[in-house]
Design a protein. Structure first.
Ligand code: C6P
Length: 405
């Protein structure tokens, strides 16, 4: 069911503010989404009433904080269909989750093994595998793109040889906005016995995502792109793999027994959560899980896709403007270039009109090399947007083109 914009306005007071004397149009959601009142209230309630460390104290506040923190884990488990709460590891974000897998699971790689990713990956799902491949004498292979800017699976059989041990890809590209054929990729990876990691930074909280239904081995995402706070994300992992993996950080809470020479590890997820965790942030993430569930993940996906389709059509109809990636079916980001104008100038002039977009390589430098544009401007849509935001974007692009003649 459609969510009325009045409800969204009430939940996101920031939408009423002005920047540079113009009403704000926030189109940088793929970088970080806005934070609704219920999420901020959950964080505030922890600090106001239950602020204490978790898993340690025998006093009431510590017990409350532990319940809130572990309750957030249950909410994440339900949102993404994780097989159990021990499969939900809290991390700093997607980047930390993928690095954890590459550093720990990656130890099983041998010289001559291969890792398969795509040419469109965010650096967070590229550099950890590059470094692992170098360390282990493994090969890093890449799935190419079609001319339209979606994944080209026509050569998958050639790329997916039996020595491929990991297939890792973004479920939604943070530049091209396509939704990857995740089920097909995971099934193909399984057919050669490869493990799979889904970078769900741009998909969890944007569409229904189920770890169980996908059948992948690892899933990584961040709180701050799905109405949650910064500084928190998750690695969802298959229990057998998490059991077999070594921790990559050592300290409090991740042990069972320590003597002066040796230590034994706690079970997952605690084995991977050394030290005081981001307690308030995890509680905020739990509230964000409630929030996106209440709005409805089908509605969020349909609403966002409809806005992306409209934006891609409107932008590509402007002479001198080029949209990168498919014109339909995108989920969130719409990257574009304006002839003769540097994307940083585009973003600066749009900001002057009250329209917030991102410009740069969006942490996907190799992809931008392939696009033939060292950087692009990117408008990205989410629950806080409506069709009139596209009108404001188009009008502001008119101003940019006027300034640059
Ligand atoms: N992309 C963007 O503006 P972190 O920074 O760890 O929360 O998320 C990293 C990350 C991983 N994968 C994908 C597909 C992503 O989009 C991101 C973050 C932001 O596009 C910030 S660079």
């Amino acid at each position: 069911m459609a969510v009325p914009f009045e409800r969204i306005q009430a939940d996101f007071p920031v939408l009423a503010r002005e920047v540079h004397g113009r009403p704000l149009v926030y189109l940088d959601n793929s970088a970080t989404s806005q934070t609704p009142v219920p999420v901020r209230a959950a964080i505030d309630a922890y600090y106001a009433q239950s602020c204490a460390n978790v898993h340690r104290g025998l006093h009431a506040l510590s017990a409350e904080a532990t319940d809130l923190y572990e309750g957030a884990r249950d909410k994440v488990m339900r949102l993404v269909g994780a097989p159990g709460r021990e499969s939900v590891v809290f991390t700093r974000g997607t980047t930390a989750a993928i690095n954890l897998v590459a550093s720990s699971w990656g130890e099983c790689l041998q010289p001559g093994d291969a890792i398969l990713i795509t040419v469109a990956e965010h650096h967070a799902n590229l550099i950890p595998w590059q470094q692992l491949a170098k360390r282990k004498g493994a090969e890093l292979r890449h799935i190419p793109l079609t001319a339209e800017g979606t994944l080209d699976l026509s050569k998958l059989d050639e790329l997916l040889t039996p020595n491929v041990k990991m297939v890792a890809f973004a479920q939604v590209s943070n530049v091209l906005g396509y939704v990857a054929p995740a089920a097909e990729l995971i099934a193909a990876a399984k057919s050669v016995g490869a493990a799979t990691l889904v970078d769900a930074a741009q998909s969890v909280g944007h569409m229904p995502v189920s770890f169980a239904e996908l059948g992948c081995d690892f899933l990584a995402f961040s709180g701050h792109k799905m109405c949650g706070p910064t500084g928190i994300g998750c690695l969802i992992g298959r229990r057998e793999l998490l059991d077999a993996m070594e921790p990559i950080e050592y300290g409090g809470d991740m042990i069972v027994h320590v003597d002066l020479q040796n230590a034994t590890w706690n079970h997952p997820p605690y084995k991977f959560e050394a030290g005081t965790p981001p307690i308030a942030q995890a509680i905020g993430l739990g509230a964000a899980c409630d929030y996106v569930t209440e709005l409805g993940l089908d509605w969020i996906r349909d609403h966002t896709t409809a806005l992306c389709d409209q934006a891609a059509a409107a932008l590509s109809a402007i002479p001198g403007v080029r949209v990168h990636g498919p014109l339909t079916g995108r989920l969130g980001p719409v990257a574009f270039s304006i002839d003769g104008v540097h994307p940083h100038d585009v973003a600066t002039l749009l900001d002057g009109e009250g329209v917030a977009v991102r410009a740069g390589h969006h942490c996907a430098q190799p992809l931008h090399g392939l696009l033939g544009a060292p950087s692009t401007a990117r408008a990205s849509f989410y629950v806080t947007n409506r069709a009139s935001d596209i009108d404001r974007l188009v009008a502001a692009i008119g101003v940019v083109q006027k300034v640059f003649g």
